[in-house]
Design a protein around this ligand. Structure first.
Ligand SMILES: *Cc1c(COP(=O)(O)O)cnc(C)c1O
Length: 394
């Protein structure tokens, strides 16, 4: 069949460019140590930054939630799927980040991907003149949201405040959205949020902050990037995910109550999907408790110590460790094939590190993406450091 042949040829091309992606089936719970095909591996590739994904208390809370609320929510939020647990979670999330917003309210989503689609399309709904200013290293979900919105999209170069200022000054639109990751997912660096917010306030623009990698890990209380930078503004639209540091699943948006009401009324990724199982929302209440408390603080301190250890220990000449103070520690290699070989060699030694290639990153910037977790020990990180240092020299 012609159509199948076409697909096969396209797959063949990916293969030839070393761009085929494969999945490995994990037999154990997510954690720093996993088992794949009967092999024990040290995983340096998950987003479980605080090691909560398999936490005893959260597992118990999930069981308790299932006993209290059953399994499925049975409907979308606007029909009958909005449960007491979802409502309690929203209130708790306002306590988490509300200090940085004005008249705050929160809204939960099934995934961060959907939350981003919802924000970008919802805030520009029916407004073809809206201008979206999108940071060049943004996550795919923000890019897709911008595409779906049918608004005007301009991409500004990474962290280029001057370029953004010019674009904002030239905009005649009444609806302006600046959208950015707070922690860039493939680079690990932080967006200059205070400066971005100042520009947004000056030009009457929303600042949409995707804090997928900051929520839980940044700030003394784990409240995320807004706490880290100590920001507060009515222009902020905050998105945090709950499947990374929080260890569960889902996402939320927190913003001025009028923004949230707009999303409820207009955002199709909120309206036209089944609400998550309420038991997940119930489990998340425990996760948030841990994040904010002494245990969260200790886990963030452990994570920071491991980041410092990696920074200190890597001795790279050809490859380049990108500057990052977060759990995301990329090592730039460049070539796709060399990146894959490095990833395979580490895997042979029982070290599972993510290999990132285009289109996730720009051509010629393939990299190893090491992610650290508070669940790792410093001995485990030392093992990784030694392996990467030795590998670069071969
Ligand atoms: C993971 C991620 C998302 C998507 O969140 P999910 O809950 O996994 O759908 C959005 N933005 C960024 C920057 C991410 O890293």
């Amino acid at each position: 069949m012609d159509m199948l042949n076409r697909l096969s040829q396209q797959l063949q091309t990916l293969e030839e460019q070393d761009l085929i992606r494969t999945r490995r089936t994990v037999d154990t719970p997510c954690g720093p140590r996993v088992s794949v095909d009967g092999r024990e591996l040290l995983a340096f590739c998950t987003n479980d930054y605080l090691g909560l994904a398999n936490h005893r208390k959260i597992k118990l809370a999930l069981q308790e939630g299932a006993a209290m609320y059953g399994v499925g929510s049975g409907a979308s939020h606007l029909i009958s799927g909005h449960g007491r647990a979802h409502s309690m979670l929203e209130e708790r999330l306002v306590e988490f980040v509300g200090a940085h917003l004005v008249s705050p309210r929160a809204l939960t989503f099934c995934t961060g991907y959907m939350a981003n689609l919802a924000i970008v399309t919802g805030l520009t709904a029916g407004d073809r003149d809206a201008d979206i200013f999108s940071e060049s290293l943004n996550h795919a979900s923000l890019i897709d949201g911008a595409r779906l919105s049918r608004a005007n999209v301009q991409v500004y170069p990474h962290a280029d405040l001057e370029a953004l200022a010019q674009m904002l000054a030239a905009s005649k639109s009444a609806t302006k959205l600046v959208v950015t990751d707070s922690v860039f997912s493939m680079d690990g660096d932080l967006a200059p949020l205070p400066q971005l917010l100042a520009l947004c306030e000056q030009h009457g623009a929303w600042l949409v902050v995707d804090d997928a990698h900051g929520f839980g890990t940044l700030g003394d209380n784990g409240h995320g990037a807004l706490e880290h930078f100590n920001l507060r503004s009515p222009n902020l639209v905050y998105m945090g995910t709950l499947g990374k540091a929080a260890g569960v699943s889902g996402a939320f948006v927190a913003a001025h109550e009028t923004v949230i009401e707009t999303l409820i009324q207009k955002a199709r990724p909120y309206i036209f999907t089944t609400a998550t199982p309420p038991a997940l929302a119930h489990a998340l209440l425990t996760s948030l408790e841990l994040l904010e408390g002494d245990e969260g603080r200790a886990r963030r301190a452990q994570l920071q110590a491991l980041v410092a250890q990696l920074d200190d220990g890597l001795r790279l000449k050809r490859w380049q460790r990108l500057p990052s103070m977060t759990a995301i520690q990329p090592i730039l290699i460049g070539d796709n094939a060399e990146t894959m070989r490095a990833g395979a060699a580490l895997y042979e030694q029982g070290l599972w590190v993510g290999t990132i290639r285009p289109p996730t990153v720009a051509p010629g910037t393939s990299r190893l993406r090491v992610t650290l977790s508070a669940g790792h020990s410093s001995m485990e990180v030392a093992k990784l450091i030694a392996a990467i240092n030795a590998l670069e020299r071969t």
